[in-house]
Design a protein around this ligand. Structure first.
Ligand SMILES: NC(=O)c1ccc[n+]([C@@H]2O[C@H](COP(=O)([O-])OP(=O)(O)OC[C@H]3O[C@@H](n4cnc5c(N)ncnc54)[C@H](O)[C@@H]3O)[C@@H](O)[C@H]2O)c1
Length: 315
């Protein structure tokens, strides 16, 4: 297949691009190398893929409608995987305008380009953050998600509504994937697994919010890739899916696992919960298991070890 990936230089996108190339697909990568974290990390992420003859890169911005149209005119895409976004919950509270611009206007440009260029299949990134502070766990796709607790979460919920509308009006086949705290090689340096590993390794203090009691369903990158590939193969109609490990641990437990993997002790400082943070994420993955054949295989105890191994050579 001929596949366009937006956000292709980022954590999930760059891993996905390599996997799809290895599967024999052609990949067009679209990324503006946003400075949210150091663009050099993204340059490194794509170095290997750039060598591949079936890989093309557009250094463009999804908020630039003309640029988006140029990319869509460059080829006829069988599937678009839309991952480009301003990610991260806490920074979205400082910069709602930037988040709404990229995540809403940018996504609208992608949808319009699909409509006008005749692309009929879209897989896009949503997030577990749409569940907000829902009390019922595990979170299921049928739960009410009308109460986002951060601008980031609101943009992801809005994306689901926008995409549904394009499905309804223009027959776009679309699967939305609610990722649950993804970690692994090339992980985002702002996220807990990477951040804690770096701080513990460097002997620096580790800020732990909410006394380390919040729980997260940490999902290993290879399991997420398995889910995205299944979604690409099967996308038809309109659905949203949880992609998590369906297992939840406290942040304190995560710190312990990283300590064990690094063989170093953390110096934790406990800080209050931050606005926008949620107490727990926990995915019910039965729908993805049933319709996508999604089957995560890397428990956090194993995945942290794999991440730390990668970090030692690349972090
Ligand atoms: N990593 C997670 O745990 C997680 C969880 C839930 C949802 N998601 C979603 O998955 C997607 C990928 O996340 P990630 O963790 O790989 O993040 P990432 O920041 O590593 O990747 C996102 C990429 O999008 C690019 N981008 C940002 N703004 C852009 C713009 N205006 N035009 C073109 N490209 C732009 C960035 O340069 C970056 O390379 C995002 O939509 C994110 O919201 C991630």
């Amino acid at each position: 297949m001929n596949i366009l990936i937006t956000g292709a230089a980022g954590f999930i996108g760059s891993n996905l691009a390599e996997t799809l190339l290895a599967d024999g697909h052609s990949v067009t990568a679209f990324d503006n190398f946003d400075p949210y974290y150091h663009p050099q990390i993204k340059e490194k992420n794509i170095r290997q893929a750039l060598q591949h003859e079936k890989y093309r890169l557009f250094r463009e911005d999804i908020t630039d409608k003309q640029a988006v149209n140029r990319v869509f005119e460059s080829s006829r895409f069988d599937v678009v995987v839309h991952l480009a976004a301003k990610a991260g919950v806490r920074p979205s509270i400082a910069d709602p305008t930037g988040y709404y611009h990229t995540n809403i206007t940018g996504t609208l440009n992608i949808l319009e380009a699909c409509r006008h260029s005749g692309v009929t299949r879209l897989v896009y990134a949503s997030s577990s953050s749409v569940y907000g502070n829902n009390k019922k766990v595990p979170f299921s796709e049928t739960d009410n998600v009308d109460f986002p607790v951060s601008p980031y979460a609101a943009t992801k919920k809005a994306n689901e509504l926008m995409v549904y509308n394009y499905h309804h009006l223009f027959g776009l086949h679309a699967f939305g994937l609610r990722f649950f705290t993804v970690y692994g090689r090339r992980g985002r340096p702002d996220m807990s697994v990477y951040k804690f590993t770096r701080l513990i390794d460097q002997g620096k203090q580790v800020p732990v919010y909410g006394e380390g009691k919040p729980k997260r369903d940490f999902t290993y990158i290879d399991d997420i890739l398995q889910g995205i590939r299944a979604a690409i193969d099967k996308v038809s109609g309109y659905e949203v899916f949880n992609l998590g490990e369906s297992h939840t641990i406290t942040v304190n437990r995560l710190v312990e696992l990283i300590e064990q993997a690094l063989g170093k002790k953390a110096e934790k400082i406990f800080l209050p919960m931050q606005p926008g943070d949620v107490m727990e994420t926990y995915a019910d993955i039965s729908k993805a298991q049933k319709l996508l054949g999604y089957q995560p295989t890397t428990p956090i105890e194993e995945g942290v070890g794999k991440f730390v191994e990668w970090y030692r050579g690349n972090g």
